[in-house]
Design a protein around this ligand. Sequence first.
Ligand SMILES: *Cc1c(COP(=O)(O)O)cnc(C)c1O
Length: 396
Amino acid sequence: MTTVDEKGYYGEFGGAFVPEMLYANVEELRSRYLDIIYEPAFQREFQHLLREYAGRPTPLYLAKRLSAHYGFTIYLKREDLLHTGAHKVNNTIGQILVARRLGKTRIIAETGAGQHGVATATVCALMGMPCVVYMGEVDMARQAPNVARMRMLGAEVRPALSGSRTLKDATNEAIRDWINNPHDTHYIIGSVVGPHPFPDMVARFQSVISEEMKGQLEDHTGRAHPDAIIACVGGGSNAAGAFYHYLDDERVRLIAVEAAGKGIHSGHSAATSILGTKGIIHGSRTLLMQTPDGQITEPYSISAGLDYPGIGPLHAQLIGSGRATAIPVTDEEAMQAAFFLARTEGIIPALETAHAFAALDRAGIAPGQTAVVNLSGRGDKDLAAYMEEMGALKIL
Ligand SMILES: *Cc1c(COP(=O)(O)O)cnc(C)c1O
């Protein structure tokens, strides 16, 4: 049940629930994506760009001081060192190459923290394709540097003005655009969410993370698998990539860290696997935060990239079946973990990523075991939030 079936289901989760106007687009993608991405010329171009443009392979770094603190061995998969500062570019490179092979001439995307928008604007500039990025008005304000980056890269950033004016609303706007422009436009979804085949396609593009991890662990430790992999989950793409080649390897514990915001039951949270119930969001059946009559609940997290009311269907299945463990982490715990990592290893993580580090002390990892934390992105974009914290702590 860890791989998707013909219809795009992981067990009871997934599928493709799309309006009639999008059926032809999604069906075209579904019927062609595997042939396109496993074609040798595609793989050559994809691997070339990952290596020469994005900066792969990323290091698997032994965090000695962090390991000494926790009493087990901690490796960091350094996706933060990639071009544009996060794992997102693995997927946008893959999808723009798919879009070109489908004959599409215009790209749209949604973004929360702006990282996916920047990664999409980047590959559109690289390929000379026009790009429209939808972003919630609230997110545009709290991630202003990324809005500037997208515009500098030539993308048009359109504010989403409905609902909580965050990621889910931007996603709704992007879907609306796609419905209105079904022939020339490809929608580059930024996570393992959306109708089939998006979750599976994005997971395959991100799977390069665990593919490299296997060889690097073998080189470092003589064993190709760790005891645990820890990754933060917004929609779940960096976690899907970090877990992918270990999904069926029961020796490896998979730990998915969710944003608990101001506390799981505070009414200001995005801990979907705990608060979520089964339903359909953005084209797939999964776990989502909703009222008893099916209205989506506004999610909250200090990190715009985790502020999403659903999770990808793969993760709903992994957590529901017990294969993966979900750990909720609050804003405050994530903030503390970010400062601890900065001062222990000299690495300033993205606020999203900081959630994964905050789970290290409660993931149940035994002394002597080996854990990999997927360091999904760097913290430059979150400097304003970090400065505010330092102001409160009277460091600044
Ligand atoms: C977008 C983002 C996330 C959350 O998205 P996933 O699809 O769950 O990976 C996590 N970390 C960083 C740095 C991000 O930019």
